[in-house]
Design a protein around this ligand. Structure first.
Ligand code: FRU
Length: 487
């Protein structure tokens, strides 16, 4: 990809017309998704402000309008009534004040009565490019615009310039509101810091650093932290950076969680055990955000960026990149988070295909496979000869499932490793696979593990190959996102 100057990356968008030709070009790409939220132009990264309010789900994403490059970030707004079909509403929080002059960075939302408050990081840079982070507040109005309120507080001098991604939380037991933020100590260790207040818009003060015994030296920055209560467990979700983990290849940025108990009085998260669990075993997943389930407090809905920081994707050459994962239902089972596709997604199913008649694999489909035991091997987007493609292999003796994308012609992020393995001690019994034009999400054993990955099938990669004893169902899926140009 070409080199971008700072001026190009941080250019302010003055009118939609400046990017209309880019959108028109982007919309023609063979890799545009049909049921995943994706960048309207340019780059998408983290999901933000995921919330249900007055019958509507709001989901924003980090958006850099100009190309597949991290630069000036906006909050782009999408809405849905069913978490399946999404509508573009346009840029909502724009980096147009002194506090967010170099980007409206990630954050979260809080519905209160008729309003939704949006908490985000104002990424300010001085003339000499020194960074200062502000925790900013905006009020989402009925017409979809955001009215900015004064920032809640500025940078905390006890930490480096890396402090961001406010997650707003209300706790009944203390009657307080909390904002948890990702931060870096002066000696470069990842941390969560916490602010508290009696009201969402009131006076906020620094409450302290979150103590997480056993995780004092675990990566140099923790991005996008959140503390959720799901099925009676407290869950600390975060993205530790610059850390290698077994089985994660060369990837140094991870999204994972600890299960345990959160004490809001002493600001201590006591993990159940010493395991940091990876949230998604695929190649591309980061910055996950949860929304509370309005009808059932034992569950939450999770969505993540199907991408990674410091990574490149084949569509970078087309000047766009990034999509979100499908929203997933999140629960705790056997002391692990499990992620399942939402029931509502069944509404996307179209024609059921008879696989014997054709081994051509549609570019947009859902597959369900029920294993009768033994080894299993699937190749998605193999060549006509049967070779290549994305290999999903279950080894019954080793009790492992492996996803390997090295067989696809368009290889990328090779240095991060092209193979991911997950142990399945109880064997493989079920797979549900969602394929969109440039992604695959594999749900293993009813949500026990999920692998999310971008893939970019090329000319001649259009076959499905299966070996093993299983019954297989395949449906075409309907379109659920439109490439509407709304800015
Ligand atoms: C995570 C992240 C956040 C930040 C945002 C900027 O991917 O780096 O920490 O707020 O992206 O786009």
């Amino acid at each position: 990809m070409r080199a971008w100057t700072k001026e190009e990356r941080y250019r302010v968008l003055k009118s939609a017309e400046e990017i209309r030709p880019l959108h028109e070009r982007t919309a023609k790409s063979d890799y545009r998704q049909q049921y995943h939220i994706q960048s309207v132009t340019g780059l998408l990264n983290d999901p933000n402000g995921f919330v249900f309010h007055n019958g509507l789900w709001h989901l924003f994403y980090q958006w850099c309008p100009w190309g597949a490059v991290h630069g000036l970030k906006y909050w782009y707004h999408t809405v849905s009534s069913d978490l399946v079909t999404w509508k573009n509403l346009g840029a909502c929080i724009r980096p147009d004040t002194e506090f967010d002059n170099k980007g409206a960075y990630s954050g979260s939302a809080l519905p209160t009565g008729d309003s939704v408050y949006l908490y985000y990081t104002g990424n300010h840079r001085d003339e000499d490019w020194t960074r200062k982070s502000y925790t900013c507040l905006a009020l989402l109005k009925d017409d979809g615009t955001a009215e900015k309120l004064p920032p809640l507080y500025g940078p905390n001098p006890g930490y480096t310039e890396h402090q961001r991604d406010p997650k707003i939380i209300y706790r009944k037991e203390t009657g307080k509101y909390y904002i948890v933020l990702g931060a870096q100590t002066l000696d470069k260790k990842g941390r969560v810091i916490i602010y508290s207040s009696d009201s969402p818009t009131g006076d906020w003060s620094f409450a302290g650093e979150l103590k997480v015994p056993g995780f004092e030296d675990f990566g140099d920055m923790w991005e996008c932290p959140s503390i959720e209560t799901i099925s009676g467990y407290d869950v600390l979700l975060f993205c530790p950076q610059h850390l290698t983990l077994p089985g994660r290849g060369g990837t140094v940025h991870h999204n994972g969680y600890l299960l345990g108990h959160m004490d809001w009085e002493s600001l201590t998260f006591l993990p159940d055990n010493t395991s940091f669990h990876v949230l998604d075993f695929g190649f591309d997943s980061y910055a996950a955000e949860c929304a509370a389930n309005p009808n059932d407090q034992t569950k939450a809905t999770l969505v993540a960026w199907m991408g990674l920081p410091d990574a490149e994707y084949p569509t970078d050459e087309e000047d766009w990149s990034g999509c979100l994962t499908l929203p997933r239902e999140l629960r705790v089972r056997d002391r692990r988070l499990i992620q399942q596709p939402l029931d509502a997604l069944r509404a996307l199913r179209g024609r059921k295909l008879d696989l014997e008649a054709s081994a051509l694999l549609p570019r947009v489909c859902e597959m369900e496979l029920i294993s009768r035991g033994g080894d299993m091997s699937l190749r998605l987007f193999a060549e006509e000869s049967g070779s290549g493609g994305l290999a999903i292999v279950y080894d019954d003796e080793a009790k492992t499932i492996t996803v390997d994308r090295s067989g696809l012609k368009r290889r990328f992020n090779v240095d991060q490793g092209e193979m991911r393995v997950r142990a399945l001690p109880k064997g493989l019994f079920h797979l549900r696979i969602f394929i969109d034009r440039s992604s695959v999400e594999i749900f293993v054993n009813d949500g026990d593990a999920v692998f999310s990955s971008r893939i970019f099938p090329a000319e001649g990669e259009d076959r499905l190959r299966i070996e093993g004893d299983a019954s297989l169902h395949l449906w075409e899926l309907k379109r659920a996102v439109e490439d509407d140009f709304v800015v």
